[in-house]
Design a protein around this ligand. Structure first.
Ligand code: URP
Ligand code: ZN
Ligand code: ZN
Length: 462
């Protein structure tokens, strides 16, 4: 059994930060001790002096190889999980998709086939339920039994993933009975479609109009409605990719009432804005995602929500489409630009920038990026922390290294960076997944097939 020792680093978890040596054996953390206090022998020693030792990141919202917008997300499970490892993320939770007219079983089997044997890091699945009816609802217990304990519904995208309020209520009722978590894409899709049609009729075809028709009020309205439906169903609710301050206010109000309502935001909403969507030429297409980027002044509200725990999780919603040939599908019509941004590689670093800028503490960084997503989706304490018995998913993080993000140097299979030229302080140096070294000082040592499927238990906040 290989023994690995990481010495002298500042071990940061959601709960505390302490200088400690970390001993790994058989893929698990077996002990922490005061630096130099134990005479542990090891096959491999990493000196983490002056660095942080943090849990591997848990990205609870990715879309590898997802068919969407007339094309397919450009990262496969092989390329996307490799990029995740480069960025210190050692677990992803991806969204299996039910095809309309198809069963959940078939959708989940498709996703297992895509991921099996290809992943560099561990992975789990949520299920997108896009066609709610009685036979489909009867499939839910089977999925929960297989460790797929969360279901995403869409109030947006009529004709694609959209569910009406009745379908949402029925699914929430079943999910509540099963102890499963309903995840919601909260935007009023039918109203947005009217505004899209009217904008196009006025000749407003540029990418910036994507942000204008998908109004903050329509995100807030849908968030409010989702919360009330969840209350009626007696179900917990997790609102994905919150971008509007008004939607966050709905979540905060629900939480103030003591309701089991949770919220997620993403780095793009913390660092990018409608200014990017309005970049000249067709450049704005690079920033088309839904919910959309908002005016810059929403960012402060989101950072505040992260501090006050009105938002609990930062995920990427990684859904990359190349500029050439994919984003270009919408050159003459913004509504045909495939929705989604690349980001799985940069979440840990972008959120660390929040630490550097004094917006969040180090322990909150790890809570938002590792511990809370692991707890939210039934993976804690195996994932998301550093404690005896946890998987040895460990990152040695250099908080002083400076890096510049660019498509020329990133590892995601997409031809642009949403953060091109942005300089960040802090960088992943070494990554272990279940004790195996995936990355060490710029050398990638991971392999497809190392990553294993993780059946999940229920949300641990309930
Ligand atoms: O634009 C986005 N977010 N694309 C991915 C699908 C979704 O709604 O999460
Ligand atoms: Zn969504
Ligand atoms: Zn998504």
């Amino acid at each position: 059994m290989t023994r690995t020792l990481i010495t002298g680093g500042l071990v940061v978890t959601a709960a505390e930060e302490t200088h400690a040596d970390v001993l790994v054996e058989g893929g698990r953390v077996v002990a922490l001790a005061l630096p130099g206090s134990q005479r542990w022998s090891a096959d491999r020693v990493f000196d983490a002096s002056g660095k942080y030792v943090v849990p591997g990141g848990v990205d609870a919202h990715t879309h590898m190889e997802m068919p969407f917008g007339g094309t397919r997300a450009s990262d496969t499970f092989a390329t996307g999980t490799r990029a995740a490892a480069w960025g210190g993320t050692t677990t992803i939770v991806d969204f299996a998709v039910q095809r309309r007219g198809g069963s959940l079983r078939a959708g989940l089997d498709d996703w297992h086939a895509k991921a099996d044997g290809n992943c560099a890091v561990d992975y789990a699945f949520h299920m997108i339920v896009s066609d709610v009816n009685e036979p489909v609802l009867r499939e839910l217990p089977g999925l929960v039994g297989e460790g797929v304990t969360s279901f995403k519904l869409f109030m947006a995208y009529p004709g694609v993933f959209y569910s009406d309020d009745g379908q949402i209520l029925r699914t929430m009722q079943r999910a509540a009975d099963l102890g499963a978590l309903t995840m919601m894409h909260a935007e009023n899709g039918p109203a947005i479609d009217v505004l899209v049609e009217q904008a196009l009729a006025r000749g407003e075809t540029d990418p910036r109009h994507h942000g204008e028709v998908r109004k903050a009020l329509l995100e807030a309205e849908a968030t409010h409605r989702a919360i009330q439906l969840a209350r009626v169903a007696g179900a917990p609710l997790y609102v994905v990719h919150v971008s509007a301050r008004e939607a966050l206010a709905e979540i905060a109000a629900a939480r103030d009432l003591g309701l089991p309502v949770f919220g997620e935001t993403c780095p793009q909403y913390l660092f990018l804005s409608t200014d990017n969507l309005a970049e000249p030429g067709f450049e704005g297409a690079k920033y088309v995602c839904s919910t959309p980027l908002r005016p810059k002044d929403h960012q402060a509200a989101l950072w505040r929500g992260l501090r006050t725990d009105d938002l609990q999780v930062v995920s990427t919603d990684h859904c990359p489409f190349c500029f050439k040939g994919q984003k270009e599908l919408g050159r003459d019509d913004f509504s045909k630009i495939p929705n989604g941004l690349p980001g799985v590689e940069h979440r840990m670093d972008l959120l660390h920038q929040g630490v550097v800028e004094g917006r969040i503490s180090r322990t909150r960084w790890i809570e938002l990026a590792c511990a809370a997503p692991a707890r939210m989706f039934g993976l804690h304490p195996r994932k998301g922390t550093i404690a005896p018995g946890s998987d040895a998913d460990l990152v040695i993080y250099d908080p002083h290294a400076v890096q510049t993000l660019s498509a020329a140097t990133h590892h995601m299979d997409v031809d642009y960076s949403a953060y091109e030229g942005r300089t960040l302080t802090g960088r992943v140096e070494t990554v272990l997944s279940r004790g195996e070294v995936l990355l060490d000082r710029g050398d990638y040592l991971g392999r497809p097939g190392h990553g294993a499927f993780l059946p999940r238990s229920a949300c641990q906040y309930l």
